[in-house]
Design a protein around this ligand. Structure first.
Ligand SMILES: Nc1nc2c(ncn2[C@@H]2O[C@H](COP(=O)(O)OP(=O)(O)OP(=O)(O)O)[C@@H](O)[C@H]2O)c(=O)[nH]1
Ligand SMILES: [Mg+2]
Length: 387
């Protein structure tokens, strides 16, 4: 396919490294079903939300900042943990290291985490054949590299669920992040987590949601309240009451809608724009550089050789012109002297001083002189201009 050809042409050239990385990611993402990223501020309950969707405690959820690495859940016949490194390399790890690799933990994997772009977790879960789920480190965590890791991955999402924390709903940093995501061409579906903590006596949940939905309508599409924790517990304990309270049926509906809207080709097209624009700019710069380096020796040789030669030629030509002017003025004098016999003596003397001999001529024969000597003068002018 065309993208492989591009990669082949660009590989090995340092200046194409970043563009190559983007194109490799696009090529990789093209093979996958829609990528749905679960994003939100730290501790919103993102990992718990994904565990609830899976119906299994697979990802690490904790009261302290937990998810440290973007974790992509894809379909695989067997469970596999694959590290995708920033330099494009991949490595498979034993599944027992999943927590050490993805969660903020002490130990020898701290260094590896810094080199990782993301971890891919392959699971034999049928639902993952139709959708790839991405768990992300919390934005606005006190740990900067968590925010960076998530921000670097945001543009790879086809769709997004933005998980609000009911207890810290709609912070200013959250609004800023949502604006950034909108600029990437993604309008996340809004979900408020931890509604189990809502006090119905204070305000009806539906009223709270209606009000916030209106406030955030330009940044998100829809707003639903859930309890990921209750949903997970409900599924693990086969407790239908808990599952009902959790309002999880709404989340299943959201996933059905996300699956049905196929925006993958459009997203891929949008994402291709950036590397294409970068390539275009790189080539414009290369062309300008090449033009400059080819022109440079010509410019130097012009100043070193051609210009001094032209200036010297000009000097000689000006000198010749001056000589010609002098000869012409003698001719003009000769012509005017034909109507003024007294000045003829002066003319012969002046002509003589300019190397033109008129003295031999007989003044009485002046008409004949006029024809012959004026032509003589012309001849000496011609000779002077040829030297
Ligand atoms: N009460 C309540 N607690 C929840 C809910 N969902 C998650 N929690 C708890 O909130 C804490 C954080 O949950 P996580 O799933 O780790 O949150 P996260 O957004 O993945 O956190 P980071 O990855 O660190 O950003 C855990 O102690 C969860 O048990 C919920 O619906 N209700
Ligand atoms: Mg997490």
């Amino acid at each position: 396919m065309a993208l492989s050809k591009w990669k082949e042409l660009m590989s090995g050239h340092e200046e194409y490294k970043l563009i190559l990385k983007d194109i490799s990611a696009i090529q990789q993402d093209l093979q996958e079903p829609p990528i749905v990223m679960i994003a939100g501020e730290f501790k919103a309950g993102k990992s718990t939300f994904i565990n609830a969707w899976l119906g299994e405690k697979i990802l690490t959820a904790d009261v302290t900042p937990a998810t440290a690495v973007v974790t992509k859940l894809t379909y695989g016949k067997t469970k596999k943990v694959i590290g995708h490194f920033k330099n494009g390399e991949t490595k498979e790890y034993d599944e027992q290291w999943l927590e050490q690799l993805t969660a903020e933990r002490e130990g020898r994997f701290g260094f590896v985490r810094k080199q990782l772009s993301h971890i891919e977790l392959k699971l034999p879960v049928e639902k993952l054949q139709h959708v790839t789920i991405v768990d992300s480190p919390g934005l606005n965590a006190t740990i900067d590299h968590h925010t960076d890791a998530t921000e670097m991955f945001l543009h790879r999402a086809d769709k997004m669920i933005w998980l609000f924390n009911y207890q810290f709903f709609g912070t200013s940093t959250e609004v800023a992040e949502l604006k950034k995501i909108n600029e990437l061409g993604i309008t996340p579906v809004g979900v408020v987590n931890r509604i189990d903590l809502h006090d119905e006596e204070e305000e009806e949940l539906s009223e709270f949601l209606d009000g916030e939905r209106r406030k955030f309508r330009s940044l998100i599409s829809g707003l639903t309240g859930v309890s990921a924790l209750e949903a997970l517990e409900g599924k693990l304990e086969n407790n239908d009451t808990k599952l009902k309270w959790s309002n999880w049926a709404e989340v299943e509906k959201i996933f059905e809608t996300l699956k049905a809207e196929d925006n993958k080709p459009q997203r891929m097209f949008e994402r291709l724009k950036k590397p294409l624009q970068q390539l275009d700019q790189l080539w414009i710069n290369k062309k300008a550089d090449a033009g400059f380096y080819e022109l440079q020796p010509l410019v130097y040789s012009f100043f070193d050789h051609d210009l001094p030669r032209v200036l010297k030629d000009r000097e000689q030509i000006e000198e010749k012109l001056l000589q010609m002017d002098q000869q012409f003025s003698i001719v003009e004098e000769a012509i005017s002297s034909l109507s003024n016999t007294e000045s003829f003596e002066e003319l012969t003397q002046s002509s003589h001083s300019h190397g033109i001999d008129l003295s031999k001529k007989n003044w009485e024969d002046k008409v004949q002189f006029k024809v012959e000597d004026i032509s003589g003068c012309y001849q000496s002018i011609m000779t002077a201009s040829e030297n």
